[in-house]
Design a protein around this ligand. Structure first.
Ligand SMILES: *[C@@H]1O[C@H](CO)[C@@H](O)[C@H](O)[C@H]1NC(C)=O
Ligand SMILES: *[C@@H]1O[C@H](CO)[C@@H](O)[C@H](O)[C@H]1NC(C)=O
Ligand SMILES: *[C@@H]1O[C@H](CO)[C@@H](O)[C@H](O)[C@H]1NC(C)=O
Ligand SMILES: *[C@@H]1O[C@H](CO)[C@@H](O)[C@H](O)[C@H]1NC(C)=O
Length: 320
């Protein structure tokens, strides 16, 4: 009883604070952030860390000055009023407060990335264009059932305009271009990630990872993580995002393409050069992949069969 009273008092105090908000909302709520003025920072719901006002519609527009920019957004807090409990997953966000995210094509045309609601903190997202828009919509206070959480403090996220797609390894060949070199002379082993590592990869993105071994070396990739949206045979015809491997600077049809949830376990090049290509389309995004790479000197192992090894942990993708 005592605990409940304290909670109600806290909520009441926050409510009083948020009552003053509507006067300043017009200035605070809709925001345009330009990379020239603020390359990185924090974006928050109105009144944060207090309760957000209801109803409310706030649009946050991020505009990168360079065509090479992408916007990376990582949430540190997310708590919107819970949707009615009986709804199925794809309907949950239709009847409650939401945060919708869009790529801005040519600065103004919206292309939806995803819409979030409830209290799970979304994974980091990245725009596929230099522009990103967030639309926060809070329904009127009375339109939600009593099962909705009383406490709704909104969201807080760090944003950053990047030209390297958030990559942590490899040498980018040009700003804004998703092409990274892995040179054995610089690092004999390491880890390669999909763009926006540990978050959802951006839509409509093609990345090439080029491996250059020293004479006599091959490269071996050992996958640690794999979540690439798609179904067999993992190509454009099946609306799939996919991962493709090649022993040449161009495509190599003898190695199957991969998508879905089952990673290729180990992939090895025939020779010193190897190319890994990741491609996402403009539909749903997964959380991508992480693979360790290791250059191996094969010049003293004449009996090793220098051939692509494709081993699969289970019914993964591939051309049948
Ligand atoms: C913010 O912009 C949206 C349209 O994007 C508009 O409907 C809303 O009224 C604006 N809110 C304020 C407080 O100006
Ligand atoms: C998009 O916005 C940026 C930054 O405000 C501007 O430099 C650029 O010209 C705009 N591009 C288009 C196509 O409107
Ligand atoms: C790899 O690095 C070495 C030493 O820095 C350099 O000589 C070589 O040209 C590099 N190879 C590629 C393909 O960039
Ligand atoms: C990875 O490379 C580092 C040096 O960059 C080396 O110290 C380490 O032994 C290598 N690890 C493996 C497993 O080869």
């Amino acid at each position: 009883m005592r605990v409940n009273t304290v909670l109600v008092l806290v909520a009441a105090t926050l409510q009083v604070t948020s009552c003053h908000l509507p006067h300043t909302l017009a200035h605070e709520c809709n925001k345009t952030i330009r990379s020239e003025e603020e390359g990185e920072g924090v974006v928050e719901s109105p009144g944060y860390p207090g309760l957000y006002p209801t109803p409310a519609t706030c649009t946050y527009t991020f505009l990168g000055a360079s065509p090479h920019h992408k916007v990376q957004l990582a949430f540190t807090y997310f708590s919107l009023r819970e949707p009615p409990l009986h709804l199925v997953a794809h309907e949950r966000c239709l009847h409650t407060d939401t945060l919708a995210m869009y790529n801005l094509v040519n600065n103004y045309t919206r292309q939806e990335i995803d819409t979030f609601c409830g209290t799970s903190v979304p994974l980091p997202i990245m725009s596929s264009t230099p522009g990103l828009q967030l639309v926060f919509t809070a329904k009127p206070a009375t339109s939600l059932p009593e099962t909705s959480l009383l406490i709704h403090n909104g969201f807080s996220a760090r944003f950053k305009f990047v030209t390297n797609l958030g990559m942590k390894s490899g040498q980018q060949t040009a700003p804004g271009v998703c092409q990274f070199l892995y040179n054995s002379t610089n690092a004999a082993n390491g880890t390669v990630y999909s763009p926006n590592p540990e978050g959802y990869y951006p839509q409509d993105t093609t990345c090439h990872y080029l491996f250059y071994g020293r004479p006599g070396e091959v490269v071996r990739l050992t996958f640690k993580y794999f979540d690439v949206e798609g179904v067999m045979p993992c190509n454009e015809a099946t609306d799939s995002d996919y991962l493709e491997f090649s022993n040449f600077p161009s495509a190599d049809r003898k190695i199957p393409a991969y998508c879905g949830n089952v990673a290729p376990s180990i992939i090895q090049s025939d020779g010193t050069f190897f190319r890994l290509t990741f491609r996402s389309n403009n539909k749903f995004s997964g959380t991508g992949f992480a693979t360790d790479y290791q250059f191996l000197d094969m010049s003293y192992q004449p009996y090793t069969i220098k051939k692509v090894i494709v081993m699969t942990a289970g019914g993964s993708g591939g051309y049948s």
